[in-house]
Design a protein around this ligand. Sequence first.
Ligand SMILES: *[C@@H]1O[C@H](CO)[C@@H](O)[C@H](O)[C@H]1NC(C)=O
Length: 335
Amino acid sequence: MAQNPPTSPNLTCKVRLLLSILTIVIDATRRSNGTVNRRLISLFDFKASHSNKPNDPVKTSDVMVDPSRNLWFRLYIPTTTDVAAKLPLVIYFHGGGFVFFSANSQPYNDLCKRLATELPAVVTSVNYRHAPEHRYPSQYEDGFDVLKFIDTTRIEGLDLNKVDITRCFLAGDSAGGNLAHHVAIKASNHEFCQMRVMGLIAIQPFFGGKERTESETRLAKKGLAITLEQTDWYWKAFLPEGSDRDHAVANVFGPESRCVLGVKFPATIVFVGGFDPLKDWQKIYYQGLMKNRIQAYLIEYPNSFHGFYAFPELKESSFFIKEVKDFIDKQSTCQ
Ligand SMILES: *[C@@H]1O[C@H](CO)[C@@H](O)[C@H](O)[C@H]1NC(C)=O
């Protein structure tokens, strides 16, 4: 008898429960008229405050970029590393369909702290505007404006003897991975004073298109962090009114795209999970990078679901950090 591929990974009860709760909360706060119940989501989206205590392995502070649009970032500086070595800078874009989470949401605060200590690196996590209140291109503008700000501004708490902004990496998960890609395009067409973007770390990035891929059809209704109904809703909330999922910022190498990546587009590592409905679009993205002669790497974890990196107890979450570390080391030495 032919065996169908499995549609669900091996997960502990705790992880399964957390994923179910996440789905219930996200579905309860998205309204059918395309708006979000921000008051309801604020009850579940726990925020971590910044911290600067003597024994913290990572000191964190919040840096305002533009109060008129509440654009700011959280800065993570590891305190335990060798003082002589300058650290790379990771500019991080959180996920959440362009709609949910913030730079100070607990899971992202925890993840950025892990990245800061385990890579190690100075990490800045960008608090960009949300859809549907602010659609494309607000998020890309916010992201790129943070790069220009860091390039030209003397930032309190960021010692230039400690961070090397000629070794800058853009990183993001899910919608943040899409954002990081589009910010990388802007950066590759810009002359910075000092900053140099050396790499792009695309963690289960959110790309799509009108066509349904095999992984979407097979996996997107199984209650594993995301469903097709949710991803369709996110695109609708983010893309210009009247456009569809083949819009060039969603289907980046699709029929409406004239995406030609210049020689300055950075080396890219793409992380894919075997149970992520978006994995086929992520592989199409990786193939598009290769066709554009970008130095690209594809890392697949067969038993992983969308969002696995936020669970430090999963072994793939540790493999992922190790892989990012190797990527940063490799890009830092070979250029
Ligand atoms: C959407 O629905 C909510 C709750 O029913 C309502 O408060 C809001 O005004 C509606 N917004 C639009 C744009 O229709």
